[in-house]
Design a protein around this ligand. Sequence first.
Ligand SMILES: [Zn+2]
Length: 384
Amino acid sequence: MRGNASTSRALNRRLILNLLRNRGPISRAELALATGLSPAAVTFVVTELMDDALVIEREAMSSANGRRPIPVDINYEAHLALGFKLNRDNIACVLTDLATTPLATLEAEVAETTPEGMIHAIEHTIPRLLTEARRDEKDIMGIGVSIPGEVDPQKGLCLQSPRFGWRDLPFAEMLAERVHAPVWIDDDVNAFAIAQKLFGAGRNHRNFAALAIGTGIGCSLVLNGEIYHGSNSSAGKLGHITSIPGGALCECGRRGCLMAHAAEPAMLDEYQRRKGAPTSRTAFAAAVDSGDETALTIVGEAGARIGRHLADLVNLFDPEVIIVGGEAVQFGDALLTPLRSAMEEFLFFSRPELLTDWVPSSWARGAAALATQSIFDFERSPSG
Ligand SMILES: [Zn+2]
């Protein structure tokens, strides 16, 4: 009985918090109407959420005919989440409120991509982020870390990360021991999708795909409002679909993967090959910007290649929209126009809209959302 009572309490909390997240501040009476809970039950849950500083009363709008009911809202400012997006050379770090609004950001250099090296770098950024935002450590409700690779978020386990050479690593637990805060981990593209689902362009969609193009390529699927992880935490690995059999060597050790031919490093390699001289990523981006024909051709070819495979994904899963993010969106129409038209060419029936997420901090905010989503989803428990 106690188990059932606490489960239904948790469900009611989640119901009310998600309604407030979607609709913004509304009165207790409106909450009762929208949830189907009794006014007494709503009052009970709201009081409990106010005691936990998760909900706050906002100012009532005055009206001509007397008092208006007091709207309640999520207390976004009272709690903090930390997000860390692990890369090969650096960690994108962010401190956010519950709405994943960044309060402080920084980029930490990484000397080595060992778990120890990453944990060391993370530990040192936390006080710096708190100082910059002038906030207190006690308000941190959790830490999210996004990792390029296959991650089991339930067990807090990095199953593999070819980019870092990690395998079966209990990263969440290792970090939680050092930072003394709950830690959530997931694949970086799933983290990006969770941020889109909570407070981004995916907010009002039950089914959508979140495509990220950067060092790798991934396409996370949100099906019926939940991330689809697959049976081995390896769903959505669009970047490892074979695009050219026997083609270029991929970081996963196989040949011809889409990312080995169309992710940013592949574009840069191809540019250097055609120009016959070494180039930096910045110089390549500048070449795209200035309309350099070779650079535009390469970005266009990559876009078309991604678009063709994306069409297959749409034909299989029929998402309402596709949200595109990642570093490569800065190439803008040079990438997105060929991507869109190749996708259109190979679509069977449904024609989802392609939305672009231009926010540069989306990766790290996604990581922070791994922690904040625990408030909106009672099923997931952290390590630590
Ligand atoms: Zn691969």
